[in-house]
Design a protein around this ligand. Structure first.
Ligand SMILES: Cc1cc2nc3c(=O)[nH]c(=O)nc-3n(C[C@H](O)[C@H](O)[C@H](O)COP(=O)(O)OP(=O)(O)OC[C@H]3O[C@@H](n4cnc5c(N)ncnc54)[C@H](O)[C@@H]3O)c2cc1C
Length: 370
């Protein structure tokens, strides 16, 4: 029989968990302080890029990212079919560009280990690179091409995910402003600011960059911090770039609404989501080095979001030791869009006490900082 599940947080992690649990037969309610998709998830560039994001070597985090990339084709198809809302999901592949000979050795190393994990990675010389992407700078000497990486357009994807949740039967309560956890030791009891009560058998905590605020409730150390990402978009002006472009200072990705999205800063500014001239200028300086025709062009749109960073760079995913019916899924930092399907599967397996994917999450135990 299905259980009553309360999900705190309506970002991509909370909604993905809610969708998976509801479609497995549970009764799910999502409680959101503001609007679903209104924080980091709606601000993200939407890149699904485990190889480009994990340059160092294969570890548990890389494996988790890769597992999620491989779930995406089927997962997004289901969200599309159930929601009947359109969103772009593009298998564009990626290019990691190098300006210096010294970078090439590291790239060769990456090719070797990433090929073992299914990437058909190869190094393109300048001639081949410019043939494929004529808008890129002639100063770039080579690029690592990874055809397997993709991206979604997150503002549209979040709308579709929310709609899929609703149509699957998830109850969503937004604009709650404040929630008090009245009980989590013996079941789940959450009270809203206007004194409504929500009761559940299990609770999934998906509150992104705000997770540290739950420390007092659960009596454990939750070292999750907001890292602001400032990001901007230019008009493509009929000069599209087909691949996602990564470099040492950021990335560029073309969206099907005719914009080129360029990100992103990583700054500490508390919970402030405004952009600064300094932050955007830094992006502009780097963007024109990669794509010279951006020199002099002003971004048509600029925004910022708060990535949920953790002390050791790994997400907090799993049940509390002292209350197994409370499951944390926070701290996805730069890769929450990518990691959302695998997180949903892991959380649902944990709720149902199934071994499966949950066996690989030892490194992400939420109590590991105590
Ligand atoms: C500029 C930028 C670019 C990015 N690009 C990428 C990318 O290309 N690829 C990628 O994979 N990731 C990317 N990320 C990271 C990704 O956006 C995050 O990892 C992901 O969105 C985290 O999702 P979340 O659901 O945990 O958090 P959020 O989307 O922030 O959602 C958390 C929700 O919880 C709510 N909340 C807070 N406290 C409570 C409470 N007490 N009770 C109930 N609700 C609460 C908030 O209002 C919010 O809606 C990017 C992030 C930024 C900022």
């Amino acid at each position: 029989m299905g259980e009553r599940i309360v999900v705190l947080g309506g970002g991509i992690v909370g909604l993905s968990c809610a969708f998976e649990l509801q479609t497995r037969g549970h009764e799910v309610i999502v409680l959101e302080l503001k609007r679903c998709g209104g924080q980091a998830s709606g601000a993200a560039a939407g890149m699904l890029a485990p190889y480009s994001e994990n340059a160092e070597g294969p570890d548990d985090f890389f494996r988790l990212c890769l597992q999620s990339l491989r779930l995406y084709p089927e997962w997004q198809k289901t969200i599309r079919e159930i929601s009947k809302l359109p969103f772009a999901y593009e298998n564009s592949g990626s290019l990691y560009v190098a300006f210096h000979e010294a970078d090439l050795l590291a790239m060769q190393g990456r090719i070797l280990w990433q090929r073992e994990f299914g990437a058909s990675a190869q190094l393109l010389d300048r001639g081949e690179l410019l043939r494929r992407e004529p808008q890129l700078s002639k100063e770039i000497i080579a690029a690592l091409h990874i055809p397997e990486e993709s991206h979604v357009y997150t503002p549209h994807y979040m709308l579709a995910l929310e709609q899929a949740c609703r149509l699957a039967g998830v109850t969503i309560q937004e604009d709650l402003e404040r929630l008090d956890v009245m009980d989590w030791r013996n079941g789940v009891n959450i009270r809203t600011k206007d004194n409504r009560t929500f009761i559940g058998d299990k609770m999934i905590v998906c509150v992104g960059a705000w997770a540290q605020e739950m420390e007092n409730s659960f009596g454990i150390h939750i070292p999750v911090y907001p890292i602001r990402g400032q990001i901007c978009a230019y008009e493509s002006n009929g000069k599209p770039i087909r691949h996602m472009i990564f470099g040492s200072q950021g990335y560029l990705v073309s969206k099907d609404n005719g914009t080129l999205v360029c990100g992103a800063s990583e700054d500490v500014a508390g919970f402030d989501v405004t952009t600064t001239d300094r932050g955007i200028e830094r992006l502009r300086y780097w963007n024109k080095k990669i794509v010279p025709h951006l020199d002099g062009q002003t971004p048509i749109h600029r925004w910022a979001g708060l990535r949920p960073a953790t002390q050791d760079g790994l997400p907090l995913m799993g049940p509390l030791q002292h209350a197994k019916h409370v499951i944390l899924a926070v701290g996805h930092y730069r890769n929450g869009i990518l990691l959302s399907p695998v997180t949903a599967k892991i959380v649902a397996d944990l709720v149902e006490n199934k071994p499966g994917t949950a066996a690989h999450i030892e490194a992400f135990k939420p109590d590991r900082f105590n």
